[in-house]
Design a protein. Structure first.
Length: 194
């Protein structure tokens, strides 16, 4: 069994490229047995540099220099890869701020909504200040949380059964790996003696 989420939120408008919140929540999701798809770590998003920040700067240079052929080519790949990751997810984790432009985030939310993939959004802003359309999509197919603590409590409760199965499978796989290593080591000892 595999439980997968895509971490959806602004990259372009964030000072850190959207890395901080994703890096902070990823270990917590892993602890619940959730596989995380992170666009900041995606190979496709980092083809123009070794980090999302370097890639983002290169995209800016394409636009400023009028090199829209390279811009279009690179953005097409990013869009396709990010939407593929959305479709591979059991649910989306979205960080939303009214201070950011959310072009890709909106597209990903729409994609999830169309595919009936649950959308779990954290928004520290008032719901009354959110974009009506986006708020409706999320509420029709998920929940809006006031903070990441509430989100994690919800995920832990909602996916408790799946998480137990995944953690049991991981434990059994680790046990088999250790047994295999032990048998291999004993085989090497026997060879040295013989």
């Amino acid at each position: 069994m595999k439980l997968t989420t895509y971490l959806c939120g602004s990259i372009q408008d964030c000072k850190d490229g959207g890395v901080y919140w994703r890096d902070k929540i990823t270990p917590k999701l892993h602890a619940l047995g959730v596989c995380v798809l992170d666009p900041c770590r995606s190979e496709c998003n980092n083809t123009l540099g070794s980090t999302i920040m370097e890639s983002r700067e290169q995209i800016k240079k394409f636009k400023k220099s009028g090199n829209f052929e390279y811009f279009d080519e690179h953005m097409r790949k990013i869009i396709q890869d990010d939407l593929r990751q959305v479709t591979e997810s059991n649910f989306l984790v979205v960080y939303w701020s009214n201070d950011y432009k959310h072009g890709g985030t909106i597209h990903e939310i729409v994609q999830a909504w169309q595919l009936h993939i649950p959308i779990y959004m954290v928004c520290y802003d008032s719901k009354t200040d959110m974009n009506d359309w986006v708020l409706a999509l999320v509420r029709q197919n998920g929940h809006v949380f006031e903070n990441f603590g509430q989100l994690m409590e919800f995920i832990e409760t909602r996916y408790k059964a799946e998480s137990k199965v995944i953690m049991k499978e991981r434990s059994e796989a680790e046990k088999k790996r250790l047994e295999s290593e032990k048998a291999e080591e004993e085989g090497k000892k026997d060879e040295r003696k013989g």
